[in-house]
Ligand binder design. Structure first.
Ligand code: GDP
Ligand code: MG
Length: 369
């Protein structure tokens, strides 16, 4: 379903749109300036003017493939990427806060107010990256766009409240994307905490604790009293070992956008999770429809860094526009390639939008008639 807007094709061929319309009419195709024409028609009409048409998506794949020289020997273990999910008010934010605060060294504490939507935490036994998704919507939006960013889900369930609708939703999301779940039964400090009830209710949704013959991992915690947190982090790292997470830090980076915004001073700013390779200041990148050269890389504490390896979340500045959460980021050796891929994507998007407005205006026309 490759298409191009008529005026765009005419422009690229250096002919007047009207000439093309006339030529198309001669071929039995009625089209207006803003109309999109399909690939086959474009080939035919371009042929009439002695032009050859090449599919943009094909070129894009070739360009992106040039950067892929995978060598299994270069694969190295990488930290797990964790998303905390659960029903509202069960303690997701509190848990993330307590994990961050207790694992951040004194000198770093100043930067803790920084919010970039993703953090990495250094524990005694290893590094863990946490995604602070604003909710299940972001998670499912990313999933529907084919972006797999999470290795492990920590499902937070309040011990005094039990399984609630969003708990079930989170279980379903995790299962659908094949991501293992670790259950954190939170608010264990509360007098009416009932972890048995939580385990019973979760068993009905296929999460059976090991002590009951199942294989789900349960950890009892209190974000308020800071108890059970070390055990939770240990379980995450154990699960990560089983998953044998690997990446190649010695190549150009690829990853996904966690969140992005337009900053009045710095321009487009995106938080990206590097999933493979290493992202460096000065790298040329394609990110969704946009492209750029990375001007500044900052870690989750707001410190400028030179590079970010696999599983590292970083904030980047230098993009031509604001990407969407879930957009893929790819670093390319050649700046021109990055711009070309971006332009192709932009054009595709434009023709999609024009096709939509054409349909709308046609509908409007029929209403009037
Ligand atoms: P979220 O909506 O899942 O992000 O939940 P929050 O982290 O905002 O917590 C909701 C409420 O529960 C807040 O008032 C927290 O102070 C409280 N809370 C979170 N964790 C605990 C805990 O371990 N024990 C107790 N007693 N309260 C908690
Ligand atoms: Mg919250």
């Amino acid at each position: 379903d490759e298409t191009i807007v008529l005026s765009e094709l005419a422009k690229r061929m250096g002919i007047k749109a009207n000439e093309m319309i006339v030529k198309l009419m001669g071929m039995g195709v009625m089209a207006t300036v803003n109309q999109t024409i399909d690939y086959e028609t474009a080939v035919l009409v371009a042929g009439e003017f002695n032009y050859e048409v090449e599919k943009a998506s094909f070129e894009e794949e070739v360009i992106l493939k040039k950067t892929e020289e995978e060598n299994p020997d270069q694969l190295q273990p990488r930290p797990p990427v964790v998303t905390i999910m659960g029903h509202v008010d069960h303690g997701k934010t509190s848990l993330l806060d307590v994990i961050r605060k207790t694992r951040v060294t004194e000198g770093e504490a100043g930067g803790i107010t920084q919010h970039i939507g993703a953090y990495h935490v250094q524990t005694e036994k290893g590094v863990i990256a946490f995604l602070d998704t604003p909710g299940h919507e972001a998670f499912s939006a990313m999933r529907s766009r084919g972006a797999k960013v999470t290795d492990i889900v920590v499902l937070v369930v309040a011990a005094d409240d039990g399984v609630m609708p969003q708990t079930v939703e989170a279980i379903n999301h995790s299962k659908a994307s094949g991501v293992p779940i670790i259950v954190a039964i939170n608010k264990m400090d509360k007098p009416d905490a009932d972890p048995d009830r939580v385990q019973r209710e979760l068993s009905e949704h296929g999460l059976m604790p090991e002590s009951w013959g199942g294989d789900a991992i349960f950890v009892q915690v209190s974000a308020k009293k800071n108890t059970g947190i070390d055990e939770l982090l240990e379980m995450i790292l154990l699960q990560a070992e089983i998953l044998e997470l690997k990446a190649n830090p010695d190549k150009l980076a690829s990853g996904h956008v966690v969140e992005a915004k337009l900053d009045s001073g710095r321009g487009p700013v995106a938080t990206v999770l590097v999933q493979d390779g290493t992202l460096r200041a000065g790298d040329s990148i394609v990110c969704g429809m946009h492209y750029g050269k990375i001007r500044v890389l900052q870690d989750d504490l707001g410190r400028t860094v030179e590079s970010a390896g696999p599983s590292m979340p970083v904030e980047i500045v230098g993009l031509s526009g604001v990407p969407m959460a879930g957009d893929e980021l790819v670093a390319l050796a050649d700046e021109k390639d990055a711009r070309q891929v971006s332009q192709h994507r932009m054009q595709k998007q434009r023709s999609k939008e024009l096709a939509k407005t054409n349909r709308l205006s046609l509908e409007g026309l029929f209403e009037k008639m």
